[in-house]
Design a protein around this ligand. Structure first.
Ligand code: AHG
Ligand code: MN
Ligand code: MN
Length: 337
């Protein structure tokens, strides 16, 4: 049983045996992510001190400016996973294509692929606002010992074996699930150890926070506009309060603890919204469901969407169950756009 003095290392070992495919491989993988998270955390925390903030002068495949810390976090996570020879493939929001690991080595028995958003909320880096890392883990579907293929990465979110995030906030936390609830660990920076601080995290079924970039309101579909107006109406526990950080990880983390809904809808400018299905929506949706919350694109469960490309985007509505269902009801009432 989880106890609050437990370190993440102890928790991983203790829970390894209850995992049905237990070979220690997933535990080692989560341990590697823990290590990379500590390294990135160290760098994020001194971002104001050294010349590492600011654009790196490169643009990623999504056409966005890469910040230096994006590049750094991307390198650190990939290097850690590669060096420890723990996965057979990696896909990253910051890489054009997936990375094959040890494809020539017939003895490479690794069966997991990892997908990461190495630094989420990157526009917040140089203004000292919380950012995060998101990860998603699948079992490969192609045979062990052969090079990974695109289809290993394009699996429905419901096939994830683990997912989680690191939030580099007022304290640094690692929150993850292996499909048996969600647990949160807080880093004690003095000794570099994560401790179980938030066992069995649960979304309140109802919440009073809505998180959306309302600057895009004019471009939203009618159902979303109506739902936002509903959030603002005076009735019962409404109007809700509005909170939007602009780091999915941080907005989600707050809403999971306090109760709330996060929306990144499609708009007349972006027909699929902005967030990436594989690196952001699927892992966050898996965590949401494991914490008794819900995630949808307005009509369909996120975890049921069959991905067609690595950098695919989808509209994303996620949070307290009753709030997401209410929003979906508005979406189906105003199907016209
Ligand atoms: P990333 O930094 O990985 O590109 O992700 C940023 C995402 C997400 O974290 C955040 O909620 C959203 O983009 C903010 O977008 P807007 O600035 O359009 O509101
Ligand atoms: Mn992101
Ligand atoms: Mn990112």
């Amino acid at each position: 049983m989880a106890n609050k003095n437990q370190t993440l290392g102890e928790f991983i070992i203790e829970n390894q045996n209850s995992f049905k495919y237990s070979s220690g491989e997933l535990s080692r993988l989560i341990n590697s992510i823990r290590l990379a998270a500590k390294v990135v955390n160290h760098e994020v925390n001194k971002a104001g001190l050294v010349d590492i903030i600011g654009a790196a002068g490169e643009t990623n495949i999504q056409g966005e400016d890469q910040q230096k810390l994006d590049v750094y976090a991307n390198e650190k996570f990939i290097k850690t996973l590669k060096n420890r020879n723990i996965v057979c493939g990696i896909a990253s929001e910051e890489e054009d294509d997936f990375i094959t690991i040890n494809s020539q080595d017939k003895n490479n028995q690794n069966k997991y692929v990892v997908l990461i958003d190495p630094l989420d909320g990157s526009s917040n880096i140089d203004v000292n606002v919380s950012v995060g890392t998101i990860f998603s883990i699948y079992r490969r579907i192609t045979p062990i010992g052969t090079p990974v293929e695109l289809k290993d990465f394009l699996q429905e979110g419901s096939k994830q074996v683990a997912a989680g995030y690191v939030v580099y906030g007022t304290s640094t936390m690692l929150v993850y699930t292996t499909g048996d609830g969600v647990n949160g660990f807080t880093l004690n920076p003095a000794i570099g150890t994560f401790y179980l601080s938030h066992p069995n995290m649960q979304f309140p079924e109802n919440g009073k926070i809505y998180s959306v970039n309302e600057g895009n309101y004019i471009h939203f579909p009618t159902g979303i506009k109506k739902y936002i107006k509903y959030c603002q109406e005076e009735d019962g526990d409404r109007p809700y309060t509005s909170r939007y950080i602009g780091s999915l990880v941080s907005d989600f983390h707050r809403n999971m603890i306090k109760g709330g809904i996060y929306l990144y809808p499609k708009s007349s400018k972006n027909s699929n919204g902005k967030l990436r299905l594989l690196y952001e929506c699927n892992p966050i949706a898996f965590l949401a469901e494991q914490a008794n919350g819900k995630a949808s694109d307005g009509y369909t469960r996120i975890l049921d969407i069959k991905p067609t490309e690595l950098h695919q985007r989808v509209p994303f509505i996620c949070g307290s169950k009753n709030m997401v269902e209410k929003c979906e009801a508005f979406m189906s009432d105003f199907l016209e756009n």
